[in-house]
Design a binder for this molecule. Structure first.
Ligand code: CP3
Length: 373
């Protein structure tokens, strides 16, 4: 791509005194695509790009359990940089977890190898919601902001750094179910039996997530992604009730800082229009959605991110190239596409397959950006 020195945050970003002044970026393809500006090739990053599929990540994890890793800026920086060095992706995403602010609100949280995140004392009644601690991002999750500052120094402007948070509904599923759920019976039961209590919980989480993301931007995040991973369990009407109002308020707060906001839902096929109604800049779609259909439905309002089936990376480089090309063809020519998987990369994917995807996207997408930057 043409090497230019440019700034990542709009003019408003510089006016706020507590903003960390962003370094000039050498590769800003992802930010340009988020804003539907022309690019030379389609940018690509991979959800969960620093993770157990990488021997180098497993070596870092041998030194610390997962939560300790998330709270140690030196290790976070090391993990966040791995995919930049090993895969040549166009964005870094700060290494952390969506449940970090939930723990900061006073809920006990453990990560187990076999069953993932566990919250042994889930929310059961109004008292449990009222007992949640008031949140302050710098005092309770200062290690995230310190990690963002340190990672940006280490990146030295090579690529933008993405911040992220779980959206209120998805965080509430963990707080009410106590773990990753398959059918979400407990939170849906709460929605029917005591809607005002679920609204109260989502209200609390909305304030937390908005403050948390604004703090990440102030620390130097160039864009943020909101993960509403489990909102795909909801009907369109229920998505409008339990997600749209809260997500809209978070998007408003973050957009005031001037950075783009991405919204991801796994299983968003029936929800795309409502997701676009929240005012987000980018919708990240899973593999069940036809990208051409998504572009027709909401492509006028938002940029799109996605959406290769993570299982495609089990195949070798030739199949990966064919499948990546199929996704690129679906989006077609023109700006506004950031390539990604439809969900996180799986823990048993060979690293060379991830690298083959990045190479194929960069090479095969050039034809769609002939008049690009
Ligand atoms: O994308 C990245 O590389 C940044 C890091 C990141 C992690 N979790 C690291 C992680 C991000 C963006 C997340 C978000 C997250 N966490 C989501 C939303 C995105 C999604 O995948 O749907 C959710 C639902 C969680 C909750 C969570 N954390 C689960 C369900 C698990 C267990 C499953 C698993 O993959 O182990 C985690 C643990 C977790 N988060 C790991 C990593 C690298 C594995 C922990 C380990 O090293 O043992």
């Amino acid at each position: 791509m043409r090497r230019r020195v440019l700034t990542a945050v709009g003019a408003t970003g510089y006016d706020a005194p507590r903003m960390t002044r962003p370094l000039p970026l050498k590769n800003d393809r992802v930010l340009r695509a988020f804003r539907k500006q022309p690019v030379d090739v389609t940018p690509v990053w991979i959800m969960r790009q620093a993770g157990r599929y990488m021997p180098e990540y497993r070596a870092i994890r041998a030194k610390a359990d997962f939560l300790t890793l998330c709270k140690t800026p030196d290790l976070v920086t090391e993990a966040t940089l791995l995919p930049i060095d090993l895969l040549d992706v166009d964005a870094a995403i700060i290494f952390s977890d969506i449940l970090i602010p939930v723990e900061a609100m006073g809920m006990e949280l453990v990560f187990t190898d076999a069953r993932g995140p566990q919250l042994p004392k889930p929310i059961r009644d109004r008292g449990d919601v009222e007992r949640l601690k008031a949140f302050d991002p710098e005092t309770l999750t200062g290690f995230v902001m310190a990690s963002i500052r340190q990672t940006n120094r280490a990146l030295d402007g090579r690529v933008p750094l993405l911040g992220f948070a779980g959206a209120p509904f998805t965080l509430a599923t963990y707080m009410v179910e106590g773990e990753t759920s398959k059918h979400f019976y407990r939170i849906k039961r709460l929605a029917y039996e005591d809607p005002s209590l679920l609204h109260r919980l989502l209200e609390r989480l909305t304030g937390v997530v908005a403050e948390y993301l604004v703090a990440q931007v102030a620390a130097g995040a160039h864009a943020v992604q909101l993960f509403d991973t489990w909102a795909g369990a909801l009907s369109p009407d229920d998505y409008a009730t339990w997600c749209v109002p809260y997500t809209t308020r978070i998007v408003d707060a973050v957009k005031r800082t001037g950075v783009p906001v991405v919204l991801y839902v796994n299983g968003s096929g029936t929800l795309l229009e409502a997701m676009a109604d929240t005012g987000v800049d980018v919708i990240s779609v899973d593999w069940r959605v036809d990208l051409a259909d998504a572009k027709r439905r909401v492509g006028g309002r938002v940029a799109l991110q996605g959406n290769l089936d993570p299982c495609a990376l089990y195949a070798g480089p030739d199949v990966i190239r064919r499948e990546a090309t199929r996704v690129l063809e679906k989006y077609g020519p023109g700006p506004g596409h950031v390539f990604n998987l439809g969900h996180g990369i799986l823990p048993d994917i060979p690293v060379p397959h991830a690298k083959a995807l990045v190479t194929a996207v960069h090479e095969e997408s050039r034809v769609y950006h002939r008049s690009g930057a």
